[in-house]
Ligand binder design. Structure first.
Ligand code: NAD
Ligand code: MLT
Length: 311
C-alpha cells in the first residue's frame, strides 16, 4: 500500500481516484504542527499540498519513502524543489486547472477596484449613503499593463479586451506572433509599467521577480495608476506600495496575495484605497476539482512507476 499524505484541504471529488485505488491509503491531516508533519512524512510515499503547507528542506530530509510531492495548484514556491530533487523526489503541479478561475478573480478585482464596490458596501452596511464619495472610473479605453503573459495573464487579456481596454504586456518569453494573436501590444518592462492605467502582475515568484515592482518602478508609473496582484505576495514590494498610495501616486490596489499569509494587521489593509481577498484566486468549485484531479492522476502514475506528464 502506498501512503498518500494530504496536508491541505483538497476537493473530495478531485481525489476520488485516489480514494478508490486499492493500492493507496489516503491520510488527510490538515493544520499539522511542524513536529506532527515530520512524523507523518517519515512513512509517506506521496505528499499532496496546496499553498499552506511549507515543504522545507528540513521536512524533506525526514522523508524515508517519499517519491512525489504534488502541489494542487500552480506556484511551487512553498516547496523546496532543489532539496526534493537532491533526494530524487519528483515535484509535480497542476499548471492549468485554476487558470480561468484566477483570471476571473483578477477581473472581478479590477472592476471592484474601479467602482469602489467593497468600500461602498462597507459604508452602506454602516448605515451611510455616501454616493459622492464612491465615484468610480470606466475601464473603456483605459490601458491595462500585464506583467507576465502566461496562462492567467493571457486569459485576463481576453477579458480586458472584451471590456474595450487597450492591453500592453511585458513577458521575456512573449513572441510577436502570440502578442498579435492575443491582440496585445508587446512592450519592454519599463514601457509596460509607464503605459498602464492599471498594472497587473502574473509572474511566478522567483529570485528575479521578487520586488519586481519596487520604489523605482512606482516612479516610472502614471500618476493615479491602479495596481493588482493576484499572483504572489513578494512580487510587489509592499512597503513601496504603501508609500506610493500614501503619496497619491497610486490611486488604488487590489491584492489577493501577501508576502506573509495570513497578513495579520498589515498596514496596507488600513488604507481605504486597498481592496483585498484572502488568496481566493483559485478558490472555485471547478478549479479545486480540476487541480486535485490533475495531481491525483500524476501521483498514481508516479507511485505505480507509469509515465507521467508533469516534471
Ligand atoms: P504561467 O507559468 O503560465 O505564466 C507565468 C508567466 O510569467 C510566463 O509566461 C513567464 O514567461 C512570465 N515571467 C517569468 N518571469 C517573468 C518576469 N521577470 N517578467 C515578466 N514575466 C515573467 O503561470 P500562471 O498559471 O499564469 O500563474 C501566474 C502566477 O499566478 C503564479 O505566480 C501563480 O503561482 C499565481 N497563481 C495565483 C493564484 C491565486 O490563487 N491567487 C492562482 C493560480 C496561480
Ligand atoms: C496557485 O499557485 O495555484 C495558487 O496559489 C492557488 C492556490 O493553490 O490556492
Amino acid at each position: 500500500m502506498y501512503k498518500v499524505l494530504i496536508t491541505d484541504p483538497l476537493s473530495d471529488q478531485g481525489i476520488e481516484k485516489l480514494l478508490q485505488a486499492e493500492d493507496v491509503q489516503v491520510v488527510r491531516k490538515t493544520g499539522l504542527s511542524p513536529d506532527e508533519l515530520q512524523l507523518e512524512i517519515e512513512t509517506a510515499d506521496a505528499l499532496m499540498v496546496r499553498s499552506q503547507t511549507r515543504v522545507t528542506a528540513e521536512l524533506i530530509e525526514k522523508a524515508r519513502r517519499l517519491k512525489v510531492i504534488a502541489r494542487a495548484g500552480v506556484g511551487v514556491d512553498n516547496i523546496d524543489v532543489p532539496a526534493a530533487t537532491r533526494k530524487g523526489i519528483v515535484v509535480v503541479n497542476a499548471p492549468d486547472g485554476n487558470t480561468i478561475s484566477t483570471a476571473e478573480h483578477t477581473f472581478a478585482m479590477l472592476i471592484s477596484l474601479s467602482r469602489n464596490i467593497p468600500q461602498a458596501y462597507r459604508s452602506l452596511l454602516a448605515g451611510e449613503w455616501r454616493r459622492k464619495d464612491f465615484v468610480g472610473v470606466e475601464l473603456n479605453k483605459k490601458t491595462l499593463s500585464i506583467i507576465g503573459l502566461g496562462r492567467i495573464g493571457a486569459e485576463l487579456a481576453k477579458r480586458a479586451k472584451a471590456f474595450r481596454m487597450n492591453v500592453v504586456a511585458y513577458d521575456p518569453y512573449l513572441s510577436d506572433e502570440r502578442a498579435e494573436k492575443l491582440g496585445v501590444k508587446k512592450a519592454s518592462f519599463e514601457e509596460a509599467v509607464a503605459a498602464g492605467d492599471y498594472i497587473s502582475v502574473h509572474t511566478p515568484l522567483t529570485k528575479e521577480t521578487r520586488h519586481l515592482i519596487n520604489r523605482d518602478t512606482f516612479a516610472l508609473m502614471k500618476d493615479g495608476v491602479r495596481i493588482l496582484n493576484c499572483a504572489r505576495g513578494g512580487i510587489i514590494d509592499e512597503e513601496a506600495l504603501y508609500e506610493a498610495i500614501q503619496s497619491g501616486k497610486v490611486a488604488g490596489a487590489a491584492l489577493d496575495v501577501f508576502e506573509q499569509e495570513p497578513p495579520g494587521d498589515h498596514p496596507l489593509l488600513t488604507l481605504p484605497q486597498v481592496i483585498a481577498t484572502p488568496h481566493l484566486g483559485a478558490s472555485t468549485v471547478e478549479a479545486q476539482e480540476n487541480v486535485a484531479i490533475d495531481v491525483s492522476e500524476e501521483v498514481l502514475h508516479i507511485l505505480r512507476g507509469e509515465p507521467f506528464k508533469n516534471a
